[in-house]
Design a protein around this ligand. Structure first.
Ligand code: ADP
Length: 489
């Protein structure tokens, strides 16, 4: 038995991979798109049944490829925070899944009393926001009449996508989640590693409808796939899976995913570092009784700014072209960009902020603008990593990168220069799927935690070409542009 299956239930697609533990490579992959619904302005929904059926299809395909005899287990990683509420007897959702991006509960969250907000920060490490699961569960309880009778009958269940998939895949036997997914609900005490009685009470969410939270390497149950039983072992949220798949298991290890947005996760080891600058404290992973905490910072817009150059500005014919164009000029010509299309996240948290292009002269060319947009992605990441270094007192040695825009060599080199650290790009770009595969392999005893860094194969390393201090003046100009983009101040 040297195969494990990694199921990645993401926001836009459900994918499954067969990972060969002996060779350390994916040997099979299958992908199914997931539909999104936008029933009202700011609302985002999905059909949990669709996610489940597509997961079953993808898993069956992997089992056919590998033969169930050779499969040691199924690891699961998933879009975090998204909420499913369902009927325990039938496994049917009572309402559409409310997706992490959905803002329907933002007014409610903004109006939470100060004491509740303080408790959320202190116990969950999160910033009170509609992004996280708690207010989404509450919304379904209050707006779907069927939930009241199910609750009285003890048949109501609520959880994140992992818990719903596990419930269905185990034929309604296991009602569980893992600590990393639980840590994104705004209901989980990340130090005690239990649901918070106080927060559940404040959100009026009966605790019995929440799954049992277990370590990431726990065996969650047995999935019935194609008439065979396969253990589900190794579960973690997508950003945490990427951290693990990038081999970031030591204090000070960090990864950045450059996708539509940008996610920086920074392993702080056993230290649960409270953040003071709008960065989140979260669980990196728990293996056995060992929990590694992480600081997490995100920028809402990164690769999306490249799409904007291509689709709205017409300055690029493809995202890839941005690299060649940025390199065609020796510098940014004094142009700075702030990609605040949808407000600014950490460390500024200004939802009203909007994008800005500064320093334009008569000589500013398309190349300067393209270069400024790419540079802004790296500056945004430095803003996050500096906050985290100040919060934790731990300094970054290197950053591991993944995501679509990590293909851009100019951006990666500029990140190395402006942050003054090495940027390592792995050979296998699917860090998230790899993380779930490796967690499954750890859980099944095929590898040890100490093997994880070795199993991430490096692709290319970008070394800083100059001292970080040499970029301080330029970084200060970027920050000055950010200050001008802030509106709430
Ligand atoms: P997500 O998972 O968020 O959908 P991906 O990891 O697939 O994102 O990355 C897609 C993003 O990466 C897009 O926003 C795209 O503009 C950007 N991107 C892809 N290739 C490049 C490139 N060579 N240079 C810059 N950005 C790129």
């Amino acid at each position: 038995m040297s195969y494990v299956i990694s199921l990645d239930a993401g926001t836009t697609s459900v994918r499954a991979f067969v990972y060969d533990v002996e060779t350390g490579r994916f040997v099979h992959r299958v992908q199914q798109e997931v539909s999104q619904k936008y029933p009202r302005l700011g609302w985002v929904e999905q059909d949990a049944n669709e996610i489940y059926y597509k997961a079953v299809y993808a898993l069956n395909d992997c089992v056919r490829f590998a033969d169930a005899e050779g499969i040691a287990g199924i690891g699961i990683t998933n879009q975090r925070e998204t909420v499913v509420v369902w009927n325990a007897a039938t496994g049917e959702p009572v309402a559409p899944a409310i997706v992490w991006q959905c803002r329907r509960t933002s007014a409610y969250c903004a109006a939470l009393d100060e004491e509740t907000k303080r408790l959320i920060r202190e116990q969950t490490g999160l910033i009170p926001d509609a992004y996280f699961s708690a207010s989404k569960i509450k919304w379904i309880l209050e707006n779907i009449p069927e939930t009241a009778a199910l609750l009285r009958a003890g048949k109501l269940r609520a959880g994140t996508v992992d818990s719903y998939l596990i419930y269905k895949l185990t034929e309604r036997k296991s009602f569980v989640t893992d600590f990393t997914n639980a840590s994104r609900t705004m209901l989980f005490d990340i130090r005690k590693l239990t649901w918070s009685d106080t927060l559940a009470a404040r959100f009026e969410i009966p605790q019995e409808i929440l799954p049992e939270a277990r370590p990431c390497d726990a065996v969650m149950g047995e999935a019935l796939i194609g008439g065979r039983k396969i253990p589900i072992a190794g579960v973690l949220g997508d950003q945490q899976a990427a951290l693990f798949g990038q081999g970031c298991v030591r204090e000070g290890d960090a990864k950045i995913t450059y996708g539509t947005g940008l996610f920086l996760l920074f392993n702080t080891g056993e230290k649960c570092v409270p953040s003071s600058r709008g960065v989140l404290t979260t669980i990196g992973y728990t293996v056995g009784n060992r929990t590694a905490y992480a600081l997490e910072g995100s920028a809402f817009n990164a690769g999306s700014a490249i799409q904007w150059l291509r689709d709205e500005m017409g300055l690029l014919s493809s995202a890839e072209e941005s690299e060649r164009i940025a390199r065609s000029v020796p510098d940014n010509g004094g142009v700075y960009f702030v990609p605040a299309f949808t407000g600014l996240g950490a460390p500024y948290w200004d939802p009203a902020a909007r994008g800005l292009l500064t320093g334009i002269t008569r000589g500013t060319s398309r190349a300067h603008v393209v270069r400024a947009v790419l540079e802004s992605i790296a500056y945004g990441a430095r803003d996050l990593s500096e906050s985290m270094e100040e919060d934790s007192g731990i300094f970054l040695r290197e950053i591991r990168c993944d995501g679509g825009a990590s293909a851009n060599g100019f951006l990666m080199q500029f990140q190395a220069d402006v942050s003054g650290v090495r940027i390592d790009r792995p050979a296998e770009r699917e860090s998230t799927a790899l993380g779930a595969a490796l967690m499954c392999a750890v859980s099944r005893g095929l590898i040890g935690l100490e093997d994880v860094p070795r199993l991430r194969r490096n692709g290319k390393t970008f070394y800083p070409a100059k001292e970080r201090a040499e970029y301080d003046a330029a970084f200060a100009k970027y920050r000055s542009a950010v200050r001008r983009a802030l509106i709430s101040e």
